[in-house]
Design a protein around this ligand. Sequence first.
Ligand SMILES: C[S@@+](CC[C@H](N)C(=O)[O-])C[C@H]1O[C@@H](n2cnc3c(N)ncnc32)[C@H](O)[C@@H]1O
Length: 237
Amino acid sequence: MKRRRKKRSKPQKPRKTLTSPAIVSPRIAKYYLQRHTLFSKYDAGVQLDEEGWFSVTPEPIAARHASLAADNSLVIDCFSGVGGNAIQFASSRCHVIAIEIDAKRVELAVNNANIYGVEDYIDFVIGDFFQLAPRLKGDIAFLAPPWGGPSYSKVLNFTLDMLKPKHGYSIFQAAQSITPNIIMFLPRNMDLNEVEELSWLSSPPLNLKMEENQVKTRTKGITAYFGDTASALPEDS
Ligand SMILES: C[S@@+](CC[C@H](N)C(=O)[O-])C[C@H]1O[C@@H](n2cnc3c(N)ncnc32)[C@H](O)[C@@H]1O
């Protein structure tokens, strides 16, 4: 009896699937693909919630911010989220007071700081930055306030009143009570004239420098450096 040869089916390419339990919504999928840019140690157990995914400062940018702080600086990270910036400052020999209003996000930040081995250099505080600011002093105030979610990029000209949870002027003024040395991470479509006006809230006006922050040739944001942090930037910035 002649045996029929079984027709071989064309090998199927395995479909790429996102199996991480961290994927809680399709909105996050795009950020999950960038997970190692957000946290190079992601695979060691870094955890983020939905807002953390789209609001964390990508690690190379957070490292850049931290590189401008002098050794042993006391940095107040006023909106610390899941710890992206606090971890990099702590990794750069700074001591950090990390303030975050969302208790769950503080838990995630503690976990993430443990993974980077810098938990001893960060004091995590669950609280409202505006209530705590008048009682704080530090060498640098770091501001990465919420930009209002991923839709921030839809506007042509992002203005300070679009920042959350308060107008950018109020955020900046609260930070000024801590120190004039302020680093502010802002959207790439930020109105730069408004940022310049912030430096005029002080008399004499604060030294100010701004730089565009790119990751893999894509601009992710703009950083404004005020006071001594501007002087720490190289001249060609
Ligand atoms: C853009 S995220 C910060 C991201 C952080 N730099 C990181 O890399 O993980 C802003 C954070 O500010 C927090 N926040 C909002 N209002 C606050 C307030 N009044 N005081 C302290 N934190 C606040 C939000 O819960 C959010 O986690």
